[in-house]
Write a protein that binds this ligand. Structure first.
Ligand SMILES: Cc1ncc(C[n+]2csc(CCOP(=O)(O)OP(=O)(O)O)c2C)c(N)n1
Ligand code: SF4
Length: 278
């Protein structure tokens, strides 16, 4: 494996992430996946919304776009339509992707547009001091659920799969090798490829829920993780509180920019015939 520091804008370091934050592990895994996939830095774009996760493109030496909260997929869709030759990777937090940006997520998956969507799920809004998100587990303490979260969370991987994405996988910052593998597969996959990386926010979610520092939160991911195939054999009661990891979908679905390109070519040919009086 080559030196992945070549993908960093070293002049932008040090980064803003807290000690023990899981986002750095996801960034590291992504760079290793990019390296394995052999992407050309000039032919790769990394787009983010706003959040601690959203800061990551600032440190990466690709074509990068730091956009508005919840709208990273909308910007990425425009970019991909204009430059279908680029590999476009979208980095989002769980709040970014599933709350304010939830509609963009399901429609990008429904269109099956060729984007790599990475959601760093740390169960809360890290950047704005730990409010609950649509992925915060029930009963968890956050800044905005001081008596325990009374909502039930989305299973984002299942949602995106049901919406029509080509590729869907989930791993954690403990299971780094599978995270790298899924990210590499997502990069190589034609269509909407979604990877959820369950990550730790020791500063807010960890502290509020007395889950310990970063390393202890990683240990917890190890204990709670269950493979998707094994999860299918468990009762709802046995599955409760577990983190289901693995590949949820890997399938051939018509891709949006290709269909769009075909439509343009068909209409141009029709116009040419009309001009020629045919
Ligand atoms: C339109 C808009 N609404 C709200 C905010 C404030 N805001 C900034 S980051 C953020 C949440 C970030 O949480 P998440 O997406 O989970 O990412 P994390 O920081 O945990 O990586 C919010 C609500 C904003 N910047 N723009
Ligand atoms: S607040 Fe949480 S998500 Fe944000 S950098 Fe710190 S540990 Fe990471």
């Amino acid at each position: 494996m080559s030196d992945i520091t070549k993908y960093l804008r070293k002049q932008r370091l040090p980064h803003i992430l807290c000690p023990g934050c899981g986002h750095g592990i996801v960034m590291n895994a992504l760079l290793r996946a990019i390296d394995r996939a052999g992407l050309d830095q000039d032919k790769t774009a990394v787009v983010s919304g706003i959040g601690c996760s959203g800061r990551i493109p600032a440190y990466l030496d690709f074509n990068t776009l730091h956009t508005t909260h919840g709208r990273a997929l909308a910007y990425a869709t425009g970019l991909k339509l204009y430059r279908p030759d680029l590999t476009v990777i979208v980095l989002m937090g769980d709040g970014d992707a599933s709350a304010i940006g939830g509609n963009h997520l399901i429609h990008a998956a429904r269109r099956n547009i060729d984007l790599v969507a990475v959601v760093m799920n740390n169960s809360n809004y890290g950047m704005t001091s730990g409010q609950y998100s649509p992925l915060t587990p029930t009963a968890r303490i956050t800044t905005t659920s001081p008596y325990g979260n009374i909502e039930q969370p989305f299973d984002l991987a299942q949602l995106v799969q049901a919406a029509g994405a080509s590729y869907v996988a989930r791993s954690t910052t403990y299971h780094v090798q599978s995270l790298i593998t899924y990210l590499e597969k997502a990069i190589k996959k034609k269509g909407f490829a979604f990877v959820e990386a369950v990550a730790q926010c020791p500063t807010y979610f960890g502290r509020k829920n007395k889950l310990g520092a970063g390393a202890e939160m990683l240990e917890r991911f190890k204990t709670l993780a269950v493979d998707v195939k094994r999860a299918a054999t468990l009762s709802p009661e046995e599955r409760k509180g577990k983190i289901v990891i693995g590949e949820f979908a890997d399938r051939a679905v018509p891709e949006y920019t290709e269909r769009y390109g075909e439509l343009i070519a068909r209409l141009k040919a029709k116009d040419a015939h009309a001009v020629a009086g045919e």
